[in-house]
Design a protein around this ligand. Sequence first.
Ligand code: C3B
Length: 826
Amino acid sequence: MTSQNSGNRKSRLPEAPATRPAESLKQDILRHVLYSLGRDTERPDRQTVFRALALSLRDRLVEKWIASQRDIYSRSSKRVYYLSLEFLPGPFLRENLIALGLENEAREALTDMGFGLDDVADEEYEPGLGNGGLGRLASCYLDSMATLRLPAYGYGIHYAYGIFYQLIKEGRQVERADNWLRGGTHWEFERSHYVHPVRFYGQVREWVDEQGRLRHSLENATTVMAMACDMFIPGHKNDYVLNMRLWAAKTSREFEFSFFNTGDYIGAVEEKIRDENISMVLYPNDEAPEGKELRLKQQFFLVSATIQDIVRRFRKKGIAWDQLPRKNVIHLNETHPAVAIPELMRILVDEELLTWEEAWYICVRTFAYTNHTVLPEALEVWPEDLFRRLLPRHLQIIHEINRRFLHDVRRQFPNDPNILGRVSLVHEGESRWVRMSHLAIVGSFSVNGVSAHHSEILKESVFHDFYKIFPERFNNKTNGITPRRWLRQCNPTLAWLITEHIGPEWLTDLAQLKKLEPYVNSEGFHRAWMEVRLRNKHKLAEYIRDKNGITVMPESLFDVHVKRFHEYKRQLLNVLHVIALYNRIRSSPGSVTVPRTYIFGGKAAPGYYMAKHIIRLINSVAYTINTDPRVGDLLKVVFLQNYCVTLAERIIPATDLSEQISTAGMEASGTGNMKFALNGAITIGTHDGANIEIMEHVGNENLFLFGLLSHEVNEMRSQGYNPRLFYERDSELREVLDMIAGGFFSPSEPHLFRDVVESLLNHGDRYMVLADFRSYVYRQQDAANAFMDQAAWARMSMLNTSRMGFFSSDRAVDEYAKDIWGVSGV
Ligand code: C3B
């Protein structure tokens, strides 16, 4: 090493306090490269630079977080606790830079060091701590809570492995473990001194204390420790930072030295591993719980640690327990954390010695519950036996809640004895099940759905009995998305074009997008709008070429269907139409005039046979079409593997047509639909979830709705839906189904996709794919015709963006804050 080199190195280390923000950021990065990461500042690689930049931002975030916490504390504000088994934050770097107002500074600092910000940002591997819509919504809401300066906390689980990494191999989904922590944790603080004990199993002991009170305690329980890991969520340029506290399971056994002293060293280590399994992996099921013991353990683990944290904070105030609901609200994101209700009861009754009535008064004023699905298989139930084994005291408490509740219902509805069985918290049949949604409704002061349509369905059918019992509890909060990530960050050039015309206020007041409307008739704006969109499509085309080796035409209509794979989301309906188009191209060349690129993406639950099979079908159809020389550029089909937040950010800004085609009545809301429309894509969709409200806002003439309405779906079903009739009547549909069943797309395994066709023709077509096929084909034709008139299309695109203001998560969270939580910004 020459002295000159070491002199150089020295000169790049922090010296005098820097003055310019870019310079000070650069000094911080270099300091972290050396002192936190132990690397040479002379030649750090990109990953090292990314991590050092992340650490430098964490420094700034933690300072603001401490200040924000002091603010909340000093004002003694009411706090919101948002409990969710899933969060899907996506990559943090750009989001944090934008929120902190440090994007240009970071660019400058990195350029100075010989790196590009985009390349460095690409080094980030996102934490996939959620499955799909529900987890992503939780992250959008934290972003908005921070931007609105709400005294809020997100609580979840620090899974060591998030949602699996999806590979497509020979057309099939293959799952790989998602070791998101392998690169280290640069955004979070692990609070190893900060742990709560969580107790499972054991037996309930009943005893009478000196005051003659009947007491309950748990004996011989197994204890696992929950360790806090905090990640920071900054508001948009407002110096306010919230934390998302994720619990990691740690064994308590290393504290039990006696265990080692007995000589069973390996045994002790095995137990340790078993304990720490609790937070090992996220269950990869979307809307169909697996019902495994470990999952219920995870739910209780989150709940118990969180309630202890809440109670600890409340105790510090030294005020009476009946003030708890005035100072706190606990929001249950779906029923997954609903065991929080009996857990709070247990603490108040068993530990704080409140009477049942006092404790219940507090509980039903503290909890609020959001329902996200009406699919019967997604409504969580637990076998009573399992509950009794794992959480014996909690089951007793649930029984007591139920006894008192049914007593009241009997008095309210003396002439309807059947209602008791329908609303009971415990389903009694051959086997007994605890119904978590009933527990959540009975124990909460607010129950909301996530779109106007969905909330009506809850009141009218799924929870109709409860609506009669507690009409005042039911309300709607239509979902929203954060414009910071889903426009500003993922589509910076479009965001810039917008800001150039209407200023930057839309970032925190999305209704301002309305101001774009006068420009829809300006030719210059038109051109700029379409240029930005085309550039985005070019970038996606490059990505597709790199990843899939397929060349697609950026000028073609990008028709995109990305979301979890589920039969109700009807990716199958889309493929049937793709095949119909393919047949038209083959049988009458010239009949298809608009070249299309179909883009699919999404994961299927590993145990969901039909969803995985549909993925395979799409890939087989893609292969057949992409290699058929008769098709040329008219039709391309692409499946992009491992759909995740990072990939969504690439795809959405490049989409022309957004597929939102669930069976009416089945998609609670959807939020992908909002992200696409906000970025100027046109929706083709059913009258379902938030599609209906999107139509009301953007105008029926600016999107393509089709298909049965949800009441028509129900009527058709109750009248005995016969999918075969549609098959027999529609020759184009018949040809498509016969090709699939006959092995056209799987010549080496002709029977491969027979099950798919069987599910439609012989097993009742539960999702009404065939009933909606024809109207879908017509609507697709309308979309293609509209696309031919690029000026008219551009107008539609701009109007979609300008009228999406309502769908900001800021609006949604503000409604939660005012109508449910009773909190305001600090
Ligand atoms: C989803 C629903 O399927 C979507 O319609 C909805 O937009 C989002 O939640 C957010 O509200 N959902 C999910 O992702 N996972 C579940 N278990 C239930 C609903």
